[in-house]
Design a binder for this molecule. Sequence first.
Ligand SMILES: [Zn+2]
Length: 167
Amino acid sequence: MRYSSHVIASLCLGAAAAAHTALPFTAAYTAGLAIGSLLPDIDEPSSYVGRRSFGISGKVKEAFGHRGMTHSLIVWGGLAALVWRDSASPFAAGLVLGYLFHIVEDFFSVQGVPLFWPFSSKRWKVPLYRTGKGMEKALVYMALAGFVYFGVNGLFREWWRSLLFGW
Ligand SMILES: [Zn+2]
């Protein structure tokens, strides 16, 4: 997926999560979602985040390959525990969820993701789309529609209020 697709899809999933739980749909939460949804592609130097990683991404790719360890649920669990222990804030919740949603989104691509790395490098997938192709765009439009749906049903008001009354 393109980075913009990841951001839109993760905002939609994050909005769905906030609409059905007690998660606060605040500016900090959505910022966390957007950043978290970009982080796993740090293992690809040509990705949006890779080009801004000061060379880290080249090293990660060299060591583990693209869509390797950063796309593992095990690695996600470890990172999530670290972040959560450090600060259980709306921003951290968004960050942790955005990262998870990225893995889920790549799970539906033809390349798949190694969900259980380092225990197995098997790539798991339910191949729905090919990166950059029409189906990805269709899914992104659906995500955008879903995001707007959750937004007009109350979340946007909560979001604006969070801007006015602090993060
Ligand atoms: Zn990815």
